[in-house]
Write a protein that binds this ligand. Structure first.
Ligand code: AMP
Length: 189
């Protein structure tokens, strides 16, 4: 799943993982759990997260590759918040070739900046996420534009990109995604 912070990736990932009975791997959630548990990984990640910066590629890639080796991933998986850089996407491509499981789709959540800022301000108030302050949000959006947006081309070139209109009620967005995935499967048959 690709898309700026606040686009609704996490919400949709949970719903899709349920629908497809597969693993939901949310890198931000894994980092937050590690921060809460006070692990070494959490200690490394926290300073980057608090600034709204990306955790270094080698740290994230090692963590995700380890997670993908767990048994619940054999039935498939949804990646929420990974890859976020070209290096991460290349590491994932490489691993998927090794596993012999091609990527089904890269869902690109499309949303306007006004709607994003509105949602993120609401989330900051509700969840008290330390990285949802207005200044950090702006920085995270810049980081997304510079580091993550190039991945849209990366997947478009491979014919794996599915653009999702991410504005609307949660269940409407889920329906759009499921319909698009079905179209993709049909066109690949
Ligand atoms: P998220 O909950 O996906 O918005 O992630 C929260 C924070 O965790 C991000 O702002 C980054 O600091 C870090 N993070 C999560 N996923 C990644 C990733 N794939 N690469 C680098 N940093 C990440």
């Amino acid at each position: 799943m690709l898309g700026p912070p606040g686009a609704g990736k996490g919400t949709q990932a949970v719903r899709l993982a349920e629908q497809f009975s597969c693993a939901d791997i949310a890198t931000g959630d894994i980092f937050r759990a590690n921060v809460a548990e006070g692990t070494e990984l959490g200690r490394i990640a926290q300073e980057y997260m608090d600034r709204g910066d990306l955790v270094p590629d080698e740290v994230v890639i090692a963590m995700v590759m380890e997670r993908l080796a767990e048994p619940d991933c054999t039935a498939g998986f949804i990646l929420d918040g990974f890859p976020r850089t070209v290096a991460q996407a290349e590491a994932l491509d490489h691993r998927l070739v090794e596993l012999g499981t091609p990527l089904h789709a890269a869902l690109n959540f499309e949303i306007t900046e006004d709607e994003l800022l509105r949602r993120l301000a609401g989330r900051a108030a509700e969840l008290h996420r330390s990285d949802d302050s207005e200044q950090t949000i702006r920085h995270r959006l810049e980081v997304f534009a510079i580091k993550t947006r190039p991945l849209i081309d990366h997947y478009a070139r491979r014919g794996q990109l599915v653009n999702v209109d991410a504005i609307g009620p949660v269940e409407v967005v889920t329906k759009r995604i499921l319909d698009d995935l079905q179209d993709l499967t049909r066109s690949g048959e």
